[in-house]
Design a protein around this ligand. Structure first.
Ligand code: 6R9
Length: 653
């Protein structure tokens, strides 16, 4: 671009705010003075947060940033992450507290106490050691949401081995490239997994993936679905045969605060996935601190449920490490939200009296699509805090969530963070913040974020640009596995002069200085020189009563640079997807945002292409919008969706 790029247009006019109730504030973990306390002395603030954990040896220095951008937090400190998540709760007399209410998709269930979890993790740690694993080795885990997946992660952590969880739905090729990249010695999997009421193979995929994989010595198989699986003699071991007979005693060794904890692969905009590396002390500190304050979690009282998959960072930080470090009782659900019926989540909330529920906007919009009458059938009165993560939440979905799930009173925390940040960075604090539908609002106490322009200069109120993190934080990634150059280039080169971490997200400040996330920078369109966020147009579309879900892309346009192309799913009762309806939607967007945002084209579809973590793959929709052959669909949750969209368009539906 030659001319100065115009600031992101502040197009949305959402102005509702929801102050916390006095009753909630009076009991909240967080208080407003946290911000000032952290600003006054960030390192002292984080040192205080680290006291949440048990340290075998205390640190001598809070932060060493001399080797930036590779941080060292709690330098010289030693701890065992698994001890912190499990044993110490038993030691403090809470062994009988349920850690996990596990709910299997077919209807089976298990309640696991902290004492049982300690025994299970100890046996698994002994088993892994019996195979010769040593601190620093890598174990890849591809498993559905069964308790053994969590046990396996904690067993690795206990012996200083890095785990790398690969999402259960990933293809053999995807698993293989991750196994090779980290040279994993062991792979842990299950025979099969339940998906939408059916048992599907898992071990078979692993076998295909590992053909000729030289680093892998053993494959450990948990029996879940009971189906026949081929066993490779000398390589494959049944979990129950290997683990069940082990001693339940295992002495946890303390590791350095900077000892690597895990690698989690995340897709970049191009090229091979990046192995994001996290370490122990700082990561666990931020995980525990954020889980405690952002969800207002009370140990021994709340029942918490994060609906993410452990194959995603949200599952790592907000199912495994944060909650368990905080002695949480939590629900872990194995299956899909509409198996066997669309009220499954609310049935579980009612049954277990879930009080804190953390999910993704894509699921909230799906619930909207299924209809208000479904949650209405259940008693959701136990819910007191609701969370959202993964993408910007449209104000419409936010309000729906509040009204239909949160009884118009539970605070909603819209939490912005990334695989790379390790834990929540920008979010309201329940009991403190007057929340605004659609805005993640403010960096947490101890965290610093800014919205800057092309030159790295902070924009003013009402201005837009790029989100950066201008100060190091405890849970930050320590690198990309085996590729330091890529680490520096991807995150630290864009604003190298200022030393800022570039998050890759567009953002703006509103008139109050609150942060609104506008989607990935590559999701920002440029129409006639105006930058318009796909999110804002999507929000406008979803605010129309006939629209359930919308995805917007910028397609190359000879006159305007990019033209806005929208894909919409209509609500169940809005059957008319004809010309008049489309015209009305175009006018609606023009009315909501301004004529510049009027979509060039609106296509009514039945489904949208989404990744397993629920992100819409706009790249594929752009291919459709620009009449190109549709690109790589291997990371889609359901790869047939693109065929459905393309054929629907050809037949003029
Ligand atoms: C935790 C997680 C990170 C990207 C991030 C941003 C988007 C996540 C968001 C959000 C707006 C939120 N994102 N939470 N955008 N509001 N509350 O999702 O990690 O899978 O690495 O994705 O997701 O674009 O950059 P990850």
């Amino acid at each position: 671009m030659t001319e100065q790029s115009p600031a992101l247009d502040n197009l949305l006019t959402e102005s509702r705010t929801f102050p916390p109730s006095e009753a909630f504030s009076a009991q909240a973990n967080a208080t407003a003075d946290f911000y000032a306390e952290a600003d006054a002395d960030r390192e002292a603030f984080w040192a205080k947060q680290a006291e949440r954990l048990h340290w075998e040896t205390k640190w001598s220095q809070v932060l060493d940033w001399t080797n930036a951008p590779v941080a060292k937090w709690f330098v010289g400190g030693k701890l065992n992450v698994a001890y912190n998540c499990v044993d110490r709760h038993v030691d403090s007399g809470h062994g009988d507290q349920v850690a996990i209410h596990w709910v299997g998709e077919p209807g089976d269930s298990r309640d696991i106490t902290y004492a049982q979890l300690k025994d299970d993790v100890s046996r698994a740690a002994n088993a892994l050691e019996s195979l010769g694993l040593e601190a620093g080795d890598r174990v890849a885990i591809q498993m559905p949401m069964v308790p053994e997946a969590i046990v396996a992660m904690l067993a690795c952590a206990r012996i200083g081995v890095l785990h790398s969880v690969v999402f259960g739905g990933f293809s053999p090729t995807a698993l293989r490239s991750r196994v090779d990249d980290q040279a994993a010695r062991i792979v842990i999997t299950t025979d099969g997994q339940y998906r939408r009421g059916k048992a599907a193979p898992m071990k078979a995929n692993v076998d295909e993936a590992l053909e000729g994989a030289e680093s892998v010595e053993k494959v450990i198989v948990v029996r879940r679905t009971g189906e026949e699986v081929p066993i490779t003699e000398g390589r494959d071991l049944w979990w129950h045969e290997l683990v069940d007979g082990q001693s339940a005693e295992h002495a946890p060794q303390a590791f350095d605060s900077e000892h690597p904890l895990f690698i989690l692969y995340t897709s970049g905009t191009t090229g091979k996935p990046k192995g994001i590396l996290h370490t122990s002390g700082g990561y666990l500190t931020q995980a525990a601190y954020t889980h405690h304050n952002v969800f207002d979690h009370k140990a021994g009282e709340d029942v918490y449920w994060c609906t993410a998959d452990i194959g995603w960072i949200t599952g790592h930080t907000y199912i495994v490490y944060g909650p368990l470090a905080n002695r949480t009782t939590q629900v872990v659900y194995e299956g899909t939200p509409n198996t066997p019926h669309e009220g499954r989540h609310w049935e579980i909330v009612q049954q277990h009296k879930v009080s804190i529920y953390y999910t993704a906007p894509t699921l909230i919009r799906t619930f909207m699509k299924w209809g208000n009458e479904i949650p209405q059938k259940y008693d959701l009165s136990s819910l007191r805090v609701l969370g959202s993560v993964g993408e910007p939440i449209n104000p419409e979905a936010w309000i729906w969530y509040r009204e239909n799930i949160g009884a118009n009173s539970a605070p909603i925390v819209d939490t912005w963070w990334q695989t790379e940040t390790g834990a929540i960075m920008i979010s309201p604090l329940p009991g403190v913040t007057a929340t605004k539908p659609g805005s993640a609002q403010k960096a947490l106490p101890g965290i610093s974020a800014k919205v800057v322009d092309d030159q790295g200069v902070e924009v003013g109120k009402g201005g837009g640009g790029y989100l950066v993190l201008d100060k190091p934080w405890p849970g930050m990634l320590r690198g990309i596995w085996g590729d330091e150059q890529r680490f520096r280039e991807t995150y630290w080169s864009r604003f190298a002069d200022q030393g800022y971490y570039f998050a890759g997200d567009g953002a703006k400040y509103d008139a109050d200085g609150d942060v609104w996330l506008l989607g990935r920078v590559d999701d920002v369109m440029n129409v006639s020189g105006h930058r318009i966020s796909t999110t804002e147009v999507e929000s406008a579309l979803v605010s129309h009563p006939t629209v359930a879900e919308a995805a917007v892309v910028g397609a190359t346009d000879p006159t305007t640079g990019q033209g806005i192309v929208a894909f919409v799913i209509l609500r169940g009762n809005a059957v008319d997807g004809g010309d008049a309806a489309v015209q009305e939607l175009r006018n609606h967007v023009a009315k909501e945002i301004g004529p510049i945002a009027k979509p060039r084209q609106i296509l009514v579809v039945q489904e949208l292409p989404k990744t397993r973590s629920g992100k819409i793959m706009r790249r594929l929709l752009r291919d459709v919008a620009e009449n190109r052959q549709v690109g790589d669909v291997t990371t889609l949750a359901d790869s047939s969706v693109m065929d459905l969209i393309s054929s629907g368009l050809k037949s003029g539906k």
